[in-house]
Design a protein around this ligand. Sequence first.
Ligand SMILES: Nc1ncnc2c1ncn2[C@@H]1O[C@H](COP(=O)(O)OP(=O)(O)O)[C@@H](O)[C@H]1O
Ligand SMILES: [Mg+2]
Length: 310
Amino acid sequence: MTILHSREKLTLANELIYEIKVKDAMTREVIFFSEETTFREIQLAMKKNRISGVPILDEKKNIIGIVSIDNVITALDQNYVNDKVKDYMTKEVVTIPQNYSLVSAIKKFEEYKFGRLPVTENVHSQKIVGILTMGDILNRLLLNIQTIAEHVEKKEDRNFQISEELLKQAQQKPLRFEVKKADFDNAGRVASIIRNYLQKLNIDKQILRRISIVCYEAEMNISIHSLGGYISVQIEKNNIIITAVDYGPGIPDIEEAMKPGFTTASEQIRALGFGAGMGLPNIKKCADYLELESSMETGTILKAIIHLGG
Ligand SMILES: Nc1ncnc2c1ncn2[C@@H]1O[C@H](COP(=O)(O)OP(=O)(O)O)[C@@H](O)[C@H]1O
Ligand SMILES: [Mg+2]
């Protein structure tokens, strides 16, 4: 079993096997028989229920033996399959009390190599209240891990949402930043102000990164390719809307401009390290929604929306 051999890696599973009790993982509907049952009857029951071992109980449900598939095969081999199990069953049965943690059960499975452990009412009793297999343990662990994962997801969802109060503040003070033409000394200034501001709103890091890229590329485009303009940031509960507006001269062919590598930047600008033709494609990649409008008379408006919902 995986849990047994890669303990070092499965720290969460390790923690859980100490916390979870046998009674929370065991199967309560125990298929059992009396010592008067024949091997044949048990063989049929095993086949029908797809199990490989059954406890033998007395009238008070105390365990007095166990019959495994191996015992049945031997009985078939040696021609006593129609005998009662009474004289042949394994009488030294290893059991586990229901209040023990799974880690003790796993140790017993490792030590004895049994497929199943009958579960007793308590350490002083032989009364059987359930049966436990490694499969039961795995199922229980998966269920717990699933629940933990769901909690984490919910927590993350909450983190993506901006608190009402911060939202109100942000809405009262709309963010608008001028971007000057060819202002290379301040390249990326607006983007970094926006980034610092949004950081305070506790926005998820990955999302913040995408917002930064959109702002930076939009800012650079205004600075390099236009006469100047501004960037405004609108904060909504579930969205950040970035609008980059400039005063011309406009983009003659938007489809062409969107192509990766397409640039009209001059040699001089390229020498400064700008103008690789990847700005608009990057904006498109980072935004959940992108609208680009341009007129040769009034200029360009780029609107990008990024969802905060993840
Ligand atoms: N605001 C803008 N005004 C005019 N032209 C623009 C604007 N933004 C982008 N463009 C045009 O689109 C091209 C591609 O833009 P982009 O993908 O950002 O690459 P780059 O800025 O490196 O050239 C630019 O070279 C330019 O011709
Ligand atoms: Mg660009």
